[in-house]
Design a protein. Sequence first.
Length: 58
Amino acid sequence: MTHTWRYEGGESPGFDDQQSAEDWLSENWRDLADQGVDQVTLHSGDEVVYGPMSLHAP
């Protein structure tokens, strides 16, 4: 099943596994936050894996 990060105004590329999706977010979360994204949710197909998760420090 394809894993994607969904957020207001967009969606990440699709990934073959959860680890690849998490690696992508680790590399890109600052850019997303700079673009005004507040939170992301990881999906596997149409199912929520986890989230929403804030991209801002507590």
